[in-house]
Design a protein around this ligand. Structure first.
Ligand code: HEC
Length: 193
């Protein structure tokens, strides 16, 4: 066939460049049709019937699930507080030390000697001398006295770890400690020792 008579050849030309009006490949057309079908189904499902969650409600549902999990974990932790023992696992203590140095040291000093918060190494305790008393104070804080409430900030196992770590500071003698506060309460011989 003469090039000039080719039915596909369009009748314009720019700088010697001609255009052919080919049919699109079948597979391409079907792919295109599929995207249209997908869009209609998607539109119907999410925007017309409203059967599926859009981004924001989907995020909120996941978030609420997460909050419920956290609340349940905290409730389990608080329910079992009475039997909680300080951990002696070096990995847990190392994690507790890390938490203490980063979050607690600004008020209690890295060696536990006390600054704004009381000395945690001596036998003088404001809120009880038992391990579990410490855990409670850390969980609930003493907001009116400047001790933060850590539940909701730290996970239960992180609170257990940091309480276990400060338990190891007991009886150490940091230099220049904060003077004792409140009554001396030597820790009752603990069932856990
Ligand atoms: C913003 C300062 C601040 C930070 C941060 C802080 N504390 Fe305290 N903490 C205090 C104060 C102040 C008290 C004393 C509260 C009182 O007088 O009733 C206290 C008390 C305590 C007690 C009870 C001491 C006692 O004598 O009964 C423990 C245990 C304790 N903190 C542990 C921690 C741990 C663990 C962290 C880190 C997760 C921490 N604190 C972070 C200020 C702080």
């Amino acid at each position: 066939m003469n090039e000039e008579n080719d039915p596909l050849l369009l009748d314009h030309e720019v700088d010697g460049i001609r255009e052919l009006d080919n049919n699109l490949p079948r597979w391409w057309v079907w792919l295109f049709n599929l995207t249209i079908i997908f869009a209609v189904v998607y539109m119907g499902y999410y925007h017309v019937i409203g059967a599926g969650d859009l981004q924001v409600p989907a995020y909120q549902k996941e978030w609420q699930k997460g909050e419920a999990l956290k609340a349940a974990a905290l409730a389990r932790f608080e329910a079992a507080l009475g039997t909680l023992e300080p951990s002696k696992d070096p990995a847990v203590l190392a994690q507790g030390q890390h938490t203490f140095v980063t979050l607690c040291a600004p008020c209690h000093r890295a060696d536990g000697g006390g600054l704004v918060g009381p000395n945690l190494c001596d036998d003088y305790w404001i809120h009880g001398s038992n391990f579990v008393d410490n855990v409670r104070t850390i969980l609930n804080g003493v907001p009116e006295k400047g001790m933060l409430t850590w539940k909701g900030v730290l996970k239960p196992n992180e609170i257990h770890a940091v309480a276990s770590y400060i338990y190891t500071l007991r009886g150490t003698h940091p230099s220049n400690p904060k003077p004792p506060e409140n009554q001396q309460q030597p820790e009752k011989p603990s069932a856990f020792e």
